[in-house]
Design a protein around this ligand. Sequence first.
Ligand code: PMP
Length: 385
Amino acid sequence: MSVYLDYQSSKPVDPRVVEAMLPYFRENFGNPSALHREGDSATEVLEASRRTIARFIGANPEEIIFTSGATEANNHALIGYALRNKDKGNHIVISEIEHISIHNIAKYLERNGFTVSRIPVDQYGRVSIEKLAERVNERTVMVSIGYANNEIGTIQPVSEIGQFCRKRNIAFHSDAVAAQGLLPIDVKKENIDMLSMSSNDLYGPKGLGVLYVADTIRVNPIIIGGGQERGLRSGTENIAAIAGMKRAVEIVEQEMEDEVRRFTQYRDRLIREVLTAVPRCYLNGHPVMRLPNNAHFRFDGIEGESLLLSFKEQSIAVSTGSACSSRTLEPSHTLIALGLLHEEAHGSLEVTFGRYNKDGDVDAILQVLPAVVQRLRQMSPLYKE
Ligand code: PMP
């Protein structure tokens, strides 16, 4: 029997979501831009989904733009805002542990006349307002800090960052992919001007995301065409996926509290028992301000990849870090930003729980981990007791 503990990289689509999507492939196949009944039924679900997602994050429906995923939402937020507001300034602040998409968009903006500051984080991966204050200047137009980190699970002081930016009239964007469905998000209370989300991270289909843009904020479109989504994101809407994301959000709204309680128990038990059972093993990320479903360990003298492959032999799926870049041999930029050495970063293992995990899955990993670590250390020429 296989055990899946890599929910951060991909989630199955909830069968209830699949059910909600099916009619939109078959009888309700209309295009929302069309004026006949088929078009009307597509428009209905499009707008209902927009309302549901808006309610979920405390936004207004007109502030929700459907995109092809969080990568596109991040592109739209950073490039769309930077271009629209370039007369006000050309400086953007991100943190050193942003998702690879934010880092690469920032580099693109640098090649196109913008300047970017990357603020360091503390040893647990937290951004501080002091470091932010050191970097902003009169040319700063935008700050982009992820709500929580997708690798080490550290949660950022989002409300404080929002307040800081609001006072200085700087737009605040947050990639909320890792946090959505696990932490309550309220964009108005938290002074968030733009927020990126992904459908798959809520057990909806891949290839759909959302960008929330506050009605006080102006962004340029980055996908130009027939003028859908109020001209901000052209292209025929992915109605089946949009119907799916609506259902996915409804389920999360009902079940999040119970799920979070369950994940927290799994996480705390796993962390406690691994740190007790395995010598020279450490927790990466914040001990308290961390996502309820995330445990991220570091083992002296071990390659994360060999650990992962040993688990694979036992049909247990775990991760060494970000799925978006885990096929490269470079250590994770997030772990390096915590101040870890390359060899320490390489010895990391990420476990993320999700909807279909059971108590027995924690037992499964606990049964295997200490022996695997011991065997790999015995084989390692670098490891000394
Ligand atoms: N941001 C974060 C934090 C992510 O983890 C991911 C990947 N799930 C993305 C953005 C990109 O999402 P997508 O692949 O849906 O574009």
